[in-house]
Design a protein around this ligand. Structure first.
Ligand code: AMP
Length: 423
């Protein structure tokens, strides 16, 4: 777990704000669910035999002796909410951005608190919805500037296929059963599909020769996968079919996918997604969704190199005496209320100390006011980049900053805009 602050927080804010605007274009609405839920919300929906439920949840008893879990993923909480909705639950479209918690052994790319951006579209199984979800996710990754991503897709089939797939895999693995790792021996009995997901090289070598799971499934499951692939082809989305792709959670039906990035090393999954069917209270809910790890998105962007756009430095106000100090307080408030990011030294230190602060904050502009300027009703504006100073009156000063839009919100326009106007 770690604190997030400048300068990385700027990258987070930029990613989040471009995501929010893109998701709105696809008619998704934000949902913020509690970070704590009853443990049962996850145990029932994710499945008792999954790694997340068995090994990774932070579950504890609260003062009222209730079993509480820090959310390890976002879908279950969203579905708990959807289950409480009326008719409009049928085609609800939600997205979330927030922290998730898993008690894993920390390593590169694996944290105990990490952040996910996820989206869920509720509705009956239809391949077009899965295609739309993948297209949106691909669009988002492209908008963020990620290159070298890879979509792998597979099918989980229908619940009625699960027993047949499990039996087929057990039969195929039977001759090599004694070479499976301890975890996979347990999975052989409880959920043999998960053996395909084992990261141990010895188990990986055993599963390469297995028949693709789709060949063990019903015609309906295979046809659904083919329709999804045709849709992805039509939209020219690059993907590969990976017959050994297994998503770790039990609620999936039909399409499952994972998106990886070549710059990430061993933990190369940026995102996972798929169609799911989940029982919540007395309702069965179906939907399609994905979850993307934001730490990994940022690591992937860093692996691609490239410069981060710097945040615009605020304007700094410098006062040579007490009267100018109070007048600068008034000016600072005016500028801030007009949307200009600015600041000043509150301790009324020497001019030298005030200029030092301006430098430390990488301010592009400094407004200096002393006795003479106060008498003339003027301001000295210093461009810290070129060193050029000029005298301006209030209307000109305001006009200058407002036309430059020196706000924190729009970094790119600001830094380039500021340059052009001084030349
Ligand atoms: P999952 O539902 O486990 O596939 O998680 C979806 C995405 O969240 C993964 O593809 C990762 O990008 C990210 N993620 C999952 N677990 C962690 C973790 N412990 N630390 C950092 N990112 C994670």
């Amino acid at each position: 777990m770690s604190d997030l602050t400048d300068p990385e927080i700027q990258v987070w804010q930029d990613l989040e704000s471009s995501a929010r605007s893109l998701l709105a274009r696809y008619a998704f609405h934000e949902i913020r669910t509690p970070v704590l839920e009853y443990a049962a919300v996850f145990e029932r929906s994710l499945g008792d035999t999954t790694d997340v439920v068995q090994k990774e949840m932070y579950t504890f008893e609260d003062r009222g002796k209730r079993r509480i879990t820090l959310r390890p993923e976002g879908t279950a909480g969203v579905m708990r909410h959807v289950a409480s909705m009326g008719q409009e639950a049928q085609d609800a479209r939600f997205y979330y951005i927030g922290p998730m918690f898993r008690s894993e052994r920390p390593q590169a790319g694996r944290r105990r608190q990490f952040h996910q951006l996820g989206a869920e579209a509720i509705g009956a199984a239809c391949a077009a919805a899965d295609v739309e979800m993948l297209a949106m996710q691909w669009h988002l990754l492209t908008e963020w500037g990620l290159k070298d991503c890879r979509i792998e897709i597979n099918t989980r089939g229908l619940p009625t296929d699960h027993d047949r797939v499990a039996d087929g895999l057990r039969a195929a693995l039977d001759p090599v059963k004694d070479r499976l790792c301890e975890d996979c021996l347990r999975r052989y009995a409880s959920n043999p599909l998960r053996i395909l997901d084992c990261k141990r090289p010895s188990c990986k070598a055993l599963v390469v020769d297995l028949p693709p799971v789709s060949s063990l499934m019903s015609e309906e499951a295979r046809a659904y996968l083919a329709t999804v692939c045709a849709g992805l082809d039509r939209l020219s989305l690059p993907y590969v079919q990976n017959p050994n792709l297994v998503r770790g959670l039990d609620y999936y039906v039909h399409t499952v996918w994972e998106i990886t990035h070549t710059g990430l090393g061993a933990q190369d999954a940026l995102a996972g997604g798929g169609r799911y069917r989940m029982s919540m209270g007395n309702r069965t809910l179906e939907g399609v969704g994905f979850a993307m790890g934001l730490e990994r998105v940022i690591a992937a962007l860093e692996s691609q190199g490239g410069e981060r756009a710097a945040r615009p430095a605020p304007v700094w106000l410098v006062a040579q005496n007490e009267t100018a100090f109070m007048e600068n307080m008034v000016l600072m408030q005016t500028l801030r209320m007009r949307g200009v990011a600015c600041g000043m030294d509150m301790q009324q230190r020497s001019i030298k100390a005030q200029m030092r602060l301006a430098n430390r904050r990488h301010c592009r502009w400094v407004i200096i006011r002393g006795e003479q300027e106060m008498e003339k009703g003027l301001f000295v504006l210093k461009d810290m980049e070129s060193g050029v100073q000029e005298e301006l009156d209030m209307p000109n000063l305001l006009e200058r900053f407002l036309s430059l839009q020196l706000t924190h919100a729009d970094s790119r326009t600001t830094s380039s805009g500021a340059k052009t106007s001084t030349r």
